[in-house]
Write a protein that binds this ligand. Structure first.
Ligand SMILES: NC(=O)c1ccc[n+]([C@@H]2O[C@H](COP(=O)([O-])OP(=O)(O)OC[C@H]3O[C@@H](n4cnc5c(N)ncnc54)[C@H](OP(=O)(O)O)[C@@H]3O)[C@@H](O)[C@H]2O)c1
Length: 190
């Protein structure tokens, strides 16, 4: 039997849980080379990358990656803008149907945002890599999950059965660290 698909999320957030500022733009304060390297290494292991229409990544291997782009401009599934991509509307087709369009049934799916897309996969993460830029605040910005800022990102992840691993410092001068959250059963705690 084929191994099940493993779903991992990658994000960098401000101290107040934002992925972009109030104008919907990711500011330089969230662009941290060590985090970008961590992100790129993660996506290089992925069999498919998943994101909303306003998100993307620009890495050396981006053009070679299979890609699912969420949009309501299609009813279910449609060929995407590049050979290895598909447009997907979850209201009309399952994630598995979107994967099948790209010939993916196992391996690793990298979820890279934005807000609604991170929220959609909350019940399914095998790992969520949450990088935080301490001291950066983006009031009124785009939150990592729809529940933020009413809840903190940590509260949302805990509420979906995920537990934090140890913090890994990525940039000491900018006080940027990543914590990988995994389902409780897998941590062996609780
Ligand atoms: N800090 C980080 O790590 C990080 C991560 C990701 C993004 N960002 C930044 O965040 C900003 C974009 O955020 P965002 O939340 O607006 O981006 P997004 O999720 O990439 O794009 C939103 C669009 O995706 C489609 N979409 C989202 N959820 C959907 C659903 N459930 N069903 C169907 N379509 C859906 C819709 O497209 P249509 O309008 O075509 O229907 C929606 O307008 C950018 O500045 C980006 O750079 C930062």
């Amino acid at each position: 039997m084929a191994a099940p698909l493993r779903i991992e999320g990658y994000v960098i957030v401000s101290e107040d849980g934002m992925i972009a500022d109030a104008t919907g733009v990711m500011p330089p304060s969230l662009v941290v080379p060590a985090d970008q390297a961590f992100f790129e290494r993660g996506l290089d292991r992925a069999d498919v990358v998943v994101h909303g229409r306003h998100s993307q990544e620009s890495h050396t291997n981006s053009a070679r990656r299979k890609r699912i782009i969420l949009t309501r401009s299609v009813s279910a599934l449609k060929e995407g803008p590049a050979p290895l991509s598909v447009y997907w509307n979850p209201a009309g087709a399952s994630f598995e149907q979107a994967l099948a369009m790209l010939g993916v049934s196992s391996g690793l799916a990298g979820i890279i945002g934005g807000t609604e897309v991170f929220g959609l996969f909350l019940p399914r993460y095998a790992a969520f890599h949450l990088t935080r830029a301490a001291g950066v605040r983006l009031p009124g910005g785009r939150p990592v999950f729809p529940q933020v800022p009413a809840c903190t990102p940590d509260e949302v992840l805990l509420g979906h059965g995920l537990r934090p691993g140890p913090a890994q410092r990525l940039d000491a001068a900018r006080d940027v660290s990543v914590v990988t959250w995994e389902p409780m059963a897998r941590t062996g705690v609780g």
